[in-house]
Design a protein around this ligand. Structure first.
Ligand code: FAD
Length: 316
């Protein structure tokens, strides 16, 4: 059942999300559906409406004048997307899970890297309101959940009109290969339960909570004898250094002592990841070497340090 609120008049709408831009509509209203399908139906009934979960990103855009939604569909009362359930060796995470909820110990025991990212996502008031679905739909380069979901090769379950559901790998959405269509919502995120160490580390430009200048998520997947790593914040979407992953996975003694990797290999992995994500400049036309700018070099060193530490912790 919907709860509807009248709200003040606003003009125009500019989408800064993974949704296609939508046109303005007046008068403005706010709907608060109780199920995912009701929310989708509300969006279909008001094509200019914008979904809002915790509102932490959306209200920043409204306050700065970048976004003027003609109507809102609030997702906060949809209980089916506020928790998680187990499904064939995976966890099906509701898009409405808050960072605060994901940061709790029971969730950390399940998906440690996502819990670590949730604990690092802004100050407490943001973590209490901000959601997993909002983090994904905003697709900000600094979204802390995003490199973790990329490393876990998570899949989004998208709810569409008429009860339709379709699946998109999170990396496809973040790369813009498969966008949310008008009226669609992220309902759930399916992630594998790997039962192995996983790490999320983040560098910020300040002490205390802050947006990432670089972040690294690293997960071990013993069943597939794989190491998966994603670097966040340094590009529009998380970057996967696939060759570095394969190289280090081939050095690990998966049947014996995983921690037996020599420190030199751990350091080399950090360098490999950093150079893959922040490559050298191609030489100039006359063949002379083009050095990286000092700030870029610093960022590369930061990524190398994060990747080295993440692997060291995962193997310890
Ligand atoms: C001061 C401050 C500090 C922050 N620090 C961090 C940080 O350190 N790390 C970090 O990762 N983020 C940070 N954020 C960003 C923000 O808190 C997160 O991205 C949060 O997860 C957004 O979730 P939300 O529920 O508030 O999204 P909302 O603001 O409600 O929505 C964001 C966008 O997603 C869309 N949307 C929401 N839910 C869905 C859904 N289920 N399906 C489809 N579309 C949807 C909305 O239409 C909107 O376009 C910060 C924000 C602020 C204001």
């Amino acid at each position: 059942m919907y709860v509807e609120h009248a709200a003040g008049h606003r003009e125009g709408a500019a989408g800064l999300t993974t949704h296609a831009p939508q046109a303005a509509q007046t008068p403005q209203s706010v709907k608060l559906p109780a199920t995912l399908d009701e929310a989708v139906a509300a969006l279909a009934a008001m094509p200019a409406a914008v979904p809002v979960a915790g509102g932490t990103d959306l209200m920043s855009s409204v306050n700065s004048g970048q976004l003027r939604p003609a109507a809102l569909v609030g997702l906060g009362r949809i209980s089916e997307i506020r928790g998680w359930q187990y499904q064939d060796g995976h966890a099906l995470l509701g898009a409405g899970l808050t960072h605060a909820r994901m940061g709790r110990p029971d969730f950390a025991a399940l998906i440690p890297a996502l819990a670590a990212a949730a604990r690092a996502a802004g100050p407490p008031q943001i973590r209490n309101a901000g959601t997993l679905g909002g983090n994904i739909a905003s697709a900000a380069p600094t979204g802390d959940a995003l490199p973790v979901l990329a490393a876990l090769e998570a899949v989004l379950i998208i709810a569409g009109p008429g009860g339709a559901r379709r699946e998109i790998p999170v990396s496809h959405l973040l790369a813009g290969m498969d966008m949310l269509r008008p009226g669609e919502l992220i309902g759930f995120v399916r992630v594998p339960l790997l039962h192995a160490p996983q790490v999320f580390l983040k560098a910020t430009g300040r002490t205390g909570p802050g947006r990432a200048t670089a972040s690294v998520a690293l997960v071990l997947d013993p069943a597939r004898r794989g190491v998966r790593c994603a670097v966040g914040a340094i590009a529009p979407m998380p970057l996967r250094p696939l060759e570095a992953e394969e190289w280090v996975a081939s050095l690990i003694d998966w049947d014996g002592e995983r921690g037996s990797l020599v420190p030199e290999a751990v350091t080399a992995f950090g360098e490999y990841v950093a150079t893959a994500c922040i490559p050298d400049q191609p030489p100039a036309a006359d063949g002379t070497e083009q050095p990286l700018a000092p700030a870029v070099l610093h960022l590369r060193r930061t990524v190398a340090a994060l990747a080295r530490r993440a692997l060291g912790r995962a193997l310890s």
